[in-house]
Design a protein around this ligand. Structure first.
Ligand SMILES: *Cc1c(COP(=O)(O)O)cnc(C)c1O
Length: 469
């Protein structure tokens, strides 16, 4: 190896040293902004790549192109790995894209507590230590009708905490039709076992009756559990034990009933032409002892697991050691509180982005898609407006579709255009249907329209350049 490198005429030996490359004015300016460590790393990466390229052949590059390559790498490093993207998929609650966008008020509330200090755990009246559990509790109780509430890191955590605190070493009865996998490896039967509870399955995959629960209740029973089969639908010869009957059976036997709603909703989805998603208020009204749901699905708030229910049970959960491990930070609580306030004021459809998106009528979407198409035509990019469907996503309302109007870009290579859009700044995520690239305005925030168009133009340009290469 050493011989190889020292061989006369090895072009790799003519590459500049890291220090010489760093002395280039382009990198000196960049170093002032990003610091020495990252700049050195970028310069090293450039030289490593150049050495590898020379091994295959070609000429030794000049100093300036090398410095520019290092600058490009530096910009990429300084950008980090988590940043904003434009969701043009038409999937409103897209788990891979960070689920619910937050309302203006929620973002402002997060900023206010993040900027300085807050009364997170401080009782301002008494001047002594207070409780962080107080913050969203009142609003959650008002909205759900429950006696008490607790907020944890996510709904998976909420279910795990509830089962650990209430059913460890005892039995939990659940229908065979509800042993669901939510995604990302979260399976109700696994969580049950992990919590130390014993799983008792009743009924059949398609049909479970109240009598099945009745027959399984015994001295070891801690809970009857209903889990909402969020992301799939069973059709045909099916039956589910009604929640109210599970409650009657459980309470007659002195056994608690818990309902994992998954998404849960505070608004009635059937008002928007969708199937009814179970509502939190309905479960509480049915007499369920503990209801769990997500903060960032149909609620449209920050990632959180929301638990509402009977006072003694919520208190038991709060005192469990896991509660501390699953606790939420101040910015989550601030965003959650602001989001819940939209519901209390009756303005959720207007202020919570998830509901704005669900409620946008096809006419308004058609007008936006037409504006996009007109802007692209001006620069010679062929695009049309087509009828398509958006979905709610987030493992809720499977198979339900919202009619939309999307921008369709006609290109011989839709996959290549999709790739170019994904590698833009900001990246734009669309979808391909019938050989066309579709961009659905429903999930694109209105303030992102101009950025989206610029990104499409840049991606289309990079494609024509590639075609001419
Ligand atoms: C989504 C979901 C969960 C998990 O909620 P996260 O907030 O993603 O942790 C649990 N149970 C059900 C039924 C769900 O739909």
């Amino acid at each position: 190896m050493v011989n190889d490198l020292s061989a006369a005429g090895d072009p790799r030996r003519q590459l500049p040293s890291v220090d010489r490359l760093l002395a280039h004015e382009v990198l000196q300016a960049a170093m002032a902004e990003h610091g020495r460590a990252l700049t050195v790393e970028a310069a090293r990466a450039t030289l490593t790549a150049a050495r590898a390229a020379l091994q295959v052949g070609g000429d030794v590059p000049d100093l300036t192109p090398l410095a520019e390559d290092a600058l490009r790498r530096l910009a990429e490093m300084a950008r980090g790995t988590l940043y904003e993207v434009i969701n043009a998929t038409g999937v409103i609650i897209h788990t891979n894209l960070g689920r619910a966008p937050l309302s203006r008020a929620a973002r402002a509330a997060m900023d206010a507590v993040a900027r300085g200090y807050s009364n997170l755990e401080y009782d301002l009246e008494a001047g002594t230590r207070g409780s962080r559990y107080l913050h969203a509790e009142g609003l959650l109780c008002t909205l759900s009708g429950a006696e008490a509430a607790l907020v944890v890191n996510n709904n998976a955590g909420a279910v795990f905490l509830a089962l650990s605190a209430l059913a460890r070493g005892r039995e939990v009865i659940i229908s065979r039709g509800q042993l669901v996998e939510i995604g990302g490896g979260f399976r109700i039967p696994d969580v049950l076992r992990q919590s130390g509870a014993r799983l008792v399955e009743v009924g059949a995959t398609n049909r479970t009756h109240p009598a099945d629960f009745q027959a399984a209740i015994g001295p070891e029973t801690a809970l009857l559990l209903r889990a909402h089969p969020s992301n799939f639908r069973v059709i045909g010869f099916t039956a589910e034990a009604p929640l109210a009957e599970m409650v009657a059976l459980g309470h007659a036997a002195g056994v608690e009933v818990m309902d994992d709603l998954g998404s849960g909703s505070l608004l009635d989805t059937s008002r928007y032409g969708l199937a009814p998603e179970p509502m939190v208020q309905q479960s509480v009204a049915a007499g369920v002892d503990l209801v769990t749901f997500s903060g960032d699905k149909l609620l449209g708030g920050p990632q959180a697991g929301l638990i509402v229910g009977r006072k003694e049970l919520v208190a038991q959960l709060r005192q469990h050691p896991l509660a501390r491990a699953l606790r939420v930070d101040k910015s989550t609580l601030a965003a959650l509180q602001a989001t819940l306030l939209h519901y209390v004021r009756g303005e959720a459809e207007r202020e919570v982005p998830v509901w704005q998106m669900i409620a946008t009528p096809p006419d308004a979407l058609a007008a936006r898609a037409a504006d996009w198409a007109a802007a692209l035509h001006k620069v010679g990019i062929p695009a049309t407006v087509v009828a398509a469907f958006s979905t709610v996503g987030g493992g809720s309302l499977p198979g339900e579709e919202l009619p939309t109007r999307a921008l369709a870009i006609t290109t011989p290579a839709p996959d290549a255009l999709a790739t170019a859009l994904r590698s833009g700044e900001p990246p734009v995520i669309g979808r391909i249907a019938d050989g066309q690239l579709l961009l659905d305005p429903r999930t694109v925030l209105p303030e992102s329209d101009e950025t989206l168009l610029q990104a499409v133009m840049a991606a289309a340009r990079s494609q024509t350049e590639n075609n001419h290469d």
